[in-house]
Design a protein around this ligand. Structure first.
Ligand SMILES: [Fe+2]
Length: 313
């Protein structure tokens, strides 16, 4: 995994166009402004993704502690001198509190694996967060032993029950007349039940934002993703090499996932005002429907987050 240089960050920030605009902030904070007709009060949201915490202690087996040390080294090599994934994550909580945002959304891979120490760390952090928040899982929040399977995810889910109401998650909150939807697509799939929850929320015609770990496949995004990861690790992606797909443990697409992607890209997705995701560890903005944008945010461990300003049009 490569760390983005400040120059790359700036270039990525300039890609925000149309309804969204962006500028380079402190600590590589991306800024996105979305104009929403009829919005009564302006809102500010903070989006955090892919912090990959590697906290681990003697409560885990020796094999897990060894694996955790190896993963910690992977990230340590990419951090500014003396910084830690934990320190960066705690600063995001501080930033959210200091900026007095109306809502914070965490879109997965906040922890690199669900060790007891990692789970305690995020619980304490969420407890000191002043804003309401949503947390949806990435493939790393639930992965532990090299298996990225639906069974492993289902087994891990009870540990996240205080924050996510269904398995797989699809939680909806309303803030200032805007619906925020946190969707767990961390196995690259969306179930019929999840799709139905989102379709019901969309049918109310209130503006809504969708937050999920894995970005939707877009032709303008896939090249950057394949350049970085050598695989199209996107929801609804076509063009997988079968061996590469197997190595990534990405199973074949469910019909409901394909239907959901087509629905998002069509006017049927109604008053959606943005999709926000992570997973691929790069900043990217591209339209998924005329005038509607998918904002991919780089990994938290590069000190990148995204401030989302919703303003009345
Ligand atoms: Fe990640």
């Amino acid at each position: 995994m490569m760390t983005m240089t400040p120059k790359q960050d700036t270039m990525a920030a300039r890609q925000d166009t149309g309804q969204g605009t962006a500028k380079q902030g402190t600590a590589r904070q991306q800024e996105t402004t979305i104009r929403i007709p009829g919005l009564i009060n302006d809102l500010t949201l903070m989006h955090v993704t892919d912090c990959h915490l590697t906290e681990c202690d003697e409560r885990e087996t020796a094999a897990i502690r060894e694996a955790a040390r190896n993963r910690a080294k992977v990230f340590a090599d990419q951090l500014d001198g003396g910084d830690t994934t934990l320190g960066i994550f705690q600063r995001f909580i501080d930033d959210s509190n200091e900026q007095q945002v109306d809502f914070t959304v965490f879109t997965g891979d906040i922890i690199d694996f669900p060790s007891q120490a990692n789970l305690e760390t995020i619980r304490a952090a969420y407890d000191r967060l002043n804003s309401p928040f949503l947390y949806t899982l990435g493939n790393h929040d639930w992965y532990f032993d090299g298996r990225f399977t639906d069974e492993v995810r289902a087994e891990a889910y009870p540990q996240f029950r205080d924050w996510i109401s269904t398995t797989p998650g699809c939680d909806v909150r309303t803030v200032g007349g805007v619906k925020l939807i946190a969707l767990d697509n961390s196995n690259y799939q969306v179930t019929r039940e999840q799709f139905e929850t989102i379709r019901e929320a969309a049918a109310l015609d209130e503006p809504y934002l969708l937050f999920m770990h894995i970005p939707m496949y877009l032709s303008g995004l896939v090249k950057d993703v394949v350049d970085k990861w050598k695989a199209p690790i996107l929801m609804g992606a076509s063009g997988w090499d079968p061996e590469v797909r197997e190595a990534w443990q990405v199973r074949h697409q469910d019909e409901s996932t394909g239907e959901f992607c087509r629905w998002l890209a069509s006017p049927d997705s109604g008053n959606i005002r943005g999709i926000f995701c992570g997973h691929v560890h790069l900043n990217h903005t591209d339209a998924f429907r005329e005038g509607r944008y998918q904002y991919v945010t780089a990994s938290g461990y590069t000190s990148t987050s995204r401030l989302i300003r919703l303003i009345a049009d």
